[in-house]
Design a binder for this molecule. Sequence first.
Ligand code: SIN
Ligand code: FE2
Length: 213
Amino acid sequence: MNLSLFDVPRETVALAEGAVVLRGFATGHDAALCEGVQGVLARSPWRHMITPGGFRMSVAMTNCGSLGWVSDERGYRYAAADPMTGEAWPAMPELFATLATEAAREAGYPYFAPDACLINRYEPGAKLTLHQDRNERDMDAPIVSFSLGLPAVFLFGGNKRSQPIRRIALVNGDVAVWGGESRLRYHGVMPLREGNHPLTGACRINLTFRKAG
Ligand code: SIN
Ligand code: FE2
C-alpha cells in the first residue's frame, strides 16, 4: 500500500459503545470507490435536495442501491426510484457492498447487508447539521460511513441533541461505524475547509451505507 501525505495507517478508535472509527480502512480502495461513484453519477447525477423546511441542502447528494435517501417538501424518506430521472437508482457496485459489510464486521456487526448507499459531496463551506438517522426500518443494523478526499470534522453527540458533542477528524479512507447503543446518536459535519486532494480535488465524498428497507 502506498501511503501519501493524506493517508493514515490502519487503527480502530472507539468513539462510544457500539461506535468506532476504522482509520485508514478504505485507503487502499479509495480510487476504486471514486470510480464507482463516477459510474453512479453517470445515471443519477449530483443534486442539492430541499429540506422539508424548504431549504436547499449545501451537501450535494445521489444514491445507489435498491433504496435511496431523498428529501423534499414532503419530508425525508427512502425511495426505490430517483425522483430526478424516474428510474431505479443505479445498482450498488459490488466493491461498495463488500467493503461496507467487511467494515461493519470489523466494528462488531457481523451480518450487515446494506440496501442503500447515500453519496454525499461536500464542497468548501458545505456542512451537515446535527441530526439522527431514523428513516431506516431496522435499527439493529449499524450506519457505515466512508470518507474520501478532503478531511472533515465529524460531530458525534449523544442520543439527545443537548448532550456533549465530540469532534473527530475524518480523513480519506476512514470509516465510521455506529450502531447498537449508539445507533440513534446525533451526528453531523462541520463546514468543509478549502483544500485540494489528489483523489477528489476540492471536495470530500462520503458514502453512507444503511439497511433502510
Ligand atoms: C451523514 O450523516 O449522512 C453523513 C455523514 C458524513 O458525511 O460523514
Ligand atoms: Fe446521518
